[in-house]
Ligand binder design. Structure first.
Ligand code: FAD
Length: 290
């Protein structure tokens, strides 16, 4: 399949990019890594009148450690660059690990960190990850900049709060607290395939007790799901195997919304969620105690 005809612009600065988007309005679309947009155009599921390619905008591809321990990642930073970055691997190992589960190396070489967030695929790793880590997103337009919490940015399947003239520019991830452990767990039909269900956990310990327990699910609802039960039950107590099991059971039954498709039934995927929540919590607690 070939895409419908479109105009193509390749700005070299952020200012040029936002000006072009403002000029094009609803007809314009950002092209980042093209790993999702180009297939959609080839299938004629997307028919933008014009593409604004960010590939030559060098100011959007960076990984910048901040003085307070947080890290700023420019939207056009390729997945592979994030996965291999020394600062990220040392200070945010869950980021490098999670990105490593996206498709295959060839796709990660092209796909961009911010592009995955703007795309808001309910089966994508990075949107769930940035929600778990309480990231903030910088959005630019000719009107100026605005910041939004990642958790508020994604409002539906493939839907975000981005307006057509806006550009996602940066992802700011705050430092992980002391005594914090994280764990990524997924089940997919083959290596590199989209997850049938996945859970990412972040647990902060205070001695033997849990201080904070967060689990975000994806691929089991219309958006990533920030669950509530783990923290409700585990915060302030010693996390016994029985408690973790009860939390996992509750999340599988009540805090996800998987459908039935050719790869598995709703019942099967709820059971996957239960297992993945249990494993992610157990593993994150072990990491936090190290
Ligand atoms: C075979 C295959 C397997 C894949 N498997 C996975 C997988 O397992 N997990 C996964 O998460 N993804 C997977 N993907 C998707 C891939 O990771 C994409 O790269 C990613 O979802 C989108 O990033 P991109 O940079 O390619 O964006 P593009 O495809 O260029 O853009 C996607 C959408 O986001 C918009 N957009 C992009 N950047 C911005 C921005 N800065 N500001 C505003 N709007 C923007 C575009 O306009 C477009 O609507 C797979 C892709 C392929 C082809």
């Amino acid at each position: 399949m070939k895409p419908a005809p479109f105009d193509y612009y390749a700005p070299t600065t952020v200012a040029e990019a936002v000006e072009k988007l403002a000029e094009l309005g609803y007809g314009g679309k950002v092209l980042a890594g093209g790993q999702s947009l180009i297939p959609a155009m080839n299938y004629r599921m997307a028919r933008p009148a014009a593409l604004v390619d960010l590939g030559k905008v060098k100011d959007l591809a960076y990984i910048r450690p901040q003085a307070d321990g947080s890290v700023a990642i420019g939207t056009m930073t390729r997945d592979t660059a994030v996965e291999q970055d020394e600062f990220i691997r040392k200070n945010f190992p869950i980021v490098a690990e999670t990105v490593g589960y996206i498709a295959h190396k060839q796709i990660r070489n092209r796909g961009s960190f911010g592009g995955a967030i703007a795309h808001a695929d309910p089966a994508a790793q990075i949107p769930a990850l940035v929600i778990l880590l309480d990231a903030k997103l910088k959005v630019l337009s000719t009107e100026g900049e605005r910041w939004e919490d990642a958790v508020d940015f994604i409002i539906g399947p493939f839907m975000t709060t981005l307006e057509p003239q806006e550009l996602l520019a940066e992802v700011l991830i705050p430092p992980l607290p002391a005594h914090c452990g994280c764990s990524y767990q997924q089940v997919s039909r083959q290596k590199g395939g989209y997850a049938q269900a996945a859970a990412i956990a972040k647990v902060v310990m205070d001695g033997e007790k849990v201080k904070d327990a967060q689990v975000v699910l994806f691929s089991v609802g219309e958006t990533p799901i920030r669950t509530e039960q783990p923290n409700k039950v585990l915060a302030g107590v010693v996390p016994t195997a029985a408690l973790i099991e009860s939390v996992a059971e509750y999340v599988g039954a009540n805090e996800c919304d998987p459908g039935t498709d050719v790869h598995g039934t709703e019942e099967y995927r709820r059971n996957l969620v239960k297992v993945l929540v249990r494993r992610s919590l157990q593993n994150a607690i072990e990491q936090a105690k190290k």
